[in-house]
Write a protein that binds this ligand. Structure first.
Ligand code: CP3
Length: 333
């Protein structure tokens, strides 16, 4: 059985598999090289050969235990007819929300639009490098997709207070998003993804509406993935109560962010855990890296634990420290 699946399904504690969120990205010179001549990010995600090549770059260089398909959570709004652009130095910019246009999406045109993503998964899964490795497919959680669709940019750039008021619109959109997220997951699994991760990067924005906007829609997706027989990892970044999230949503594994104390997590959570390390640690020194990494490895020594970060790897990360990180994890006893 592949390393991630073995850790999650067999609850194996003898090894800590390792992969990193955003491992196929800007800290890699070979990624930046491809990006230079491919300015349109969406088009790049829809180039099956380049997407597969980028997915395999960190596997070739570091030998991680899993590949994550090079794509983006915002391919979903794109495929349901909301414009999505990525601007240098600004991040994603979405077009005006037009419910009528969104409602024109059907299963066939959705799948056709994202077909290159599925082809990239299929190509990658057949590559010899993936023989004993997992291929992770992913989606954004309904709430995080909704945030981008309504806010039309990252909440880091501002989020108006009125955002949470239109509950009718929010509920309507969450339903549509859920339908197409399920289809996107099914298509990724059919193409060869053998683990699914759900990124809820903006879970931490909510206080009162967590049951309606996070637990319920995410539970629907998690149950759907389980029915397809594939393990599902959730990452509700910034959520205050990971224990409650796990009890209600019941993912097969939970990714934690770097704000939460791993010692609290090990006491509270019984399912396999992934991640936690602050990506900024990869900007410091080998000594500090060892200290911080061993903190996680020691805490989760007798628990099924997949090594990963508490958020995506930063573009300024030094390659040498990534190599060192893998060494530390693989040689830890
Ligand atoms: O992890 C991987 O290597 C696989 C590919 C992947 C990307 N985005 C590629 C990408 C994954 C899993 C994502 C998830 C994603 N995308 C999330 C959830 C995780 C998180 O970071 O919170 C979110 C919120 C997005 C939306 C998004 N995409 C933003 C906000 C940005 C711009 C800011 C940033 O951090 O770069 C992107 C662009 C993006 N997605 C890049 C990559 C490699 C950078 C593209 C570039 O400019 O070269």
């Amino acid at each position: 059985m592949t390393p991630i699946k073995n850790c999650i399904l067999n609850k194996d504690t003898t090894k800590n598999p390792i992969w990193l969120m955003r491992q196929a990205g800007r800290y890699l010179p070979e990624f930046r090289e491809i990006r230079k001549s491919n300015q349109d990010f969406i088009k790049l995600c829809l180039n099956e050969n380049l997407s597969s090549e980028i997915t395999l770059q960190p596997i070739k260089r570091f030998g991680f235990d899993a590949a994550i398909i090079f794509s983006d959570i915002l391919m979903l709004p794109y495929a349901i007819n909301q414009e999505v652009k990525f601007e240098k130095g600004f991040g994603p910019k979405l077009g005006d929300l037009n419910i009528d246009k969104i409602k024109q999406t059907n299963e066939v045109n959705f799948t056709n639009k994202l077909n290159p993503v599925y082809k990239a998964i299929s190509l990658t899964s057949k590559n010899h490098l993936l023989q004993n490795r997992d291929l992770i497919g992913f989606v954004g959680a309904p709430w995080t997709i909704l945030v981008y669709m309504l806010n039309k940019m990252s909440p880091k750039k501002g989020l108006p207070k009125k955002f949470f008021n239109d509950t009718l619109l929010i509920n309507n959109l969450l339903d549509i998003i859920e339908t197409f997220l399920k289809l996107h997951i099914k298509n990724q699994i059919t193409a060869g993804a053998n683990v699914i991760q759900i990124f809820d990067s903006w879970a931490g924005l909510l206080e009162n509406k967590i049951p309606d906007y996070i637990y319920k829609p995410t539970l629907n997706i998690v149950e759907y993935v389980k029915k397809l027989g594939v393990p599902v990892i959730c990452f509700p970044r910034g959520i205050k109560d990971y224990k409650k999230f796990c009890e209600i949503v019941k993912p097969d594994a939970i990714n934690i962010d770097y704000e939460v104390d791993p010692i609290k997590i090990i006491k509270e959570i019984k399912i396999p855990v992934q991640g936690g390390l602050d990506p900024k640690v990869l900007l410091t020194s080998k000594e500090n890296l060892r200290k911080e990494v061993e903190k996680y490895l020691t805490t989760f020594k007798d628990h099924p634990y997949i090594f990963n970060l508490g958020h995506g790897i930063l573009p300024e990360t030094k390659i040498d420290l990534v190599k060192e990180l893998i060494d530390i994890v693989r040689n830890f006893k």
